[in-house]
Design a binder for this molecule. Structure first.
Ligand SMILES: NC(=O)c1ccc[n+]([C@@H]2O[C@H](COP(=O)([O-])OP(=O)(O)OC[C@H]3O[C@@H](n4cnc5c(N)ncnc54)[C@H](OP(=O)(O)O)[C@@H]3O)[C@@H](O)[C@H]2O)c1
Length: 302
């Protein structure tokens, strides 16, 4: 397909490379132009303006947050102005449920398609084409994007015709992951304070009852107290829990654990943790127990 990809951050760079590897004709765009060069060297066209990435069958956005997607879609010479009749905007960032609703309405008014397709998987999975993609939108539009999803992911889950559903599923998943990180942080603080080796403890957990990748990945980071380089940066983690709470408020679903997690992220960011991985909230329980450096300070001391 002839496709644009806007947003060459930790995730978007690997996704664009996999689209190229699969033989798609890819035009890339990024706010900071330095990030275009590696993709151009792999065969991508560089777009000087956002609308120059919108001349094909579809344009993918993989941007940080709602604000970034709004700027790129609704701004002058943005996606809404640049996309042809019948072409599809595929929004793969983790954004709010409300924004997905606004995008669906705006693209429909402009006779453009809209598919929401956020992903599970960190930058290593994006680079390896192993993302799990959660897609929602009109069935013909989702089907038209399948070859793009196959290039970037190992499996696509369709969750309905309303794009908002994909965002809600993604946000609920990140809420669950953050809950695991917090629980691991508390459990490891407990055993560490008693002098038990956290690596041995994690080996026991992950080879018996807690074998899921999420325990291995994040348990390893907490046991090693290694939160840099960030694969998924702490401000994006805060954003996701905030958006999960916003969706919960709209639907009137109390989520006390999500409120607690949001405070954990605020504490991490207040202590200077912006550049750390979101799993650094798993260090806060240890700090509360008088163990080790705060996550931000550990970095400064390193
Ligand atoms: N990292 C993960 O493990 C992971 C996993 C699943 C989902 N996600 C989601 O995927 C999305 C991208 O994450 P990431 O880790 O790739 O983030 P990232 O490395 O911080 O990249 C963010 C991208 O957004 C662009 N951007 C930010 N604000 C902008 C604005 N106002 N206007 C135009 N462009 C803007 C950045 O451009 P510049 O290069 O100019 O800064 C960059 O291309 C996020 O929604 C995140 O929640 C991430």
């Amino acid at each position: 397909m002839k496709v644009g990809l806007i947003g060459l951050g930790r995730m978007g760079s690997g996704m664009a490379a996999n689209l190229l590897r699969a033989g798609h004709d890819v035009t890339v765009s990024n706010r900071t132009p330095d990030r275009l060069r590696p993709l151009v060297e792999q065969g991508a066209h560089a777009a000087a303006r956002i609308r120059d990435a919108c001349g094909g069958d579809a344009v993918i956005t993989m941007l940080a947050d709602d604000r970034a997607v709004e700027d790129v879609v609704f701004g002058a010479d943005g996606i809404l102005d640049g996309l042809h009749d019948g072409a599809i905007h595929v929004s793969m960032s983790t954004t709010s449920v409300a924004l997905s609703g606004r995008l669906a309405t705006a693209h429909a008014s402009a006779r453009q398609g809209f598919v929401s397709a956020p992903v599970f998987g960190r930058p290593d999975a994006a680079a390896a084409g192993k993302l799990f993609i959660v897609a929602a939108g009109a069935p013909d539009a989702v089907a038209a994007c399948q070859s793009l999803f196959d290039a970037m992911g190992q499996r696509t889950f369709r969750v309905g015709d309303d794009p908002k559903a994909a965002n809600l599923v993604k946000l609920s998943g990140n809420f669950l992951i953050a809950s695991v990180i917090e629980a691991l942080g508390e459990a490891m603080a407990l055993v560490r304070k008693a002098g038990i080796d956290p690596r041995q403890y994690l080996e026991l957990l992950t080879s018996t009852l807690f074998t899921a990748p999420v325990y291995k990945t994040y348990g390893g980071q907490i046991a090693e107290q290694k939160f840099e380089p960030a694969g998924f940066a702490a401000p994006l983690g805060e954003k996701d829990i905030r958006l999960a709470l916003a969706a919960a408020e709209t639907l009137r679903v109390p989520m006390p654990l999500a409120s607690l997690l949001h405070d954990r992220f605020l504490a991490l960011l207040a202590r200077g943790g912006d550049a750390l991985d979101w799993s650094a909230i798993g260090q806060l329980a240890a700090n509360d127990a008088g163990l080790g450096n705060p996550p931000g300070r550990a970095r400064a001391d390193a």
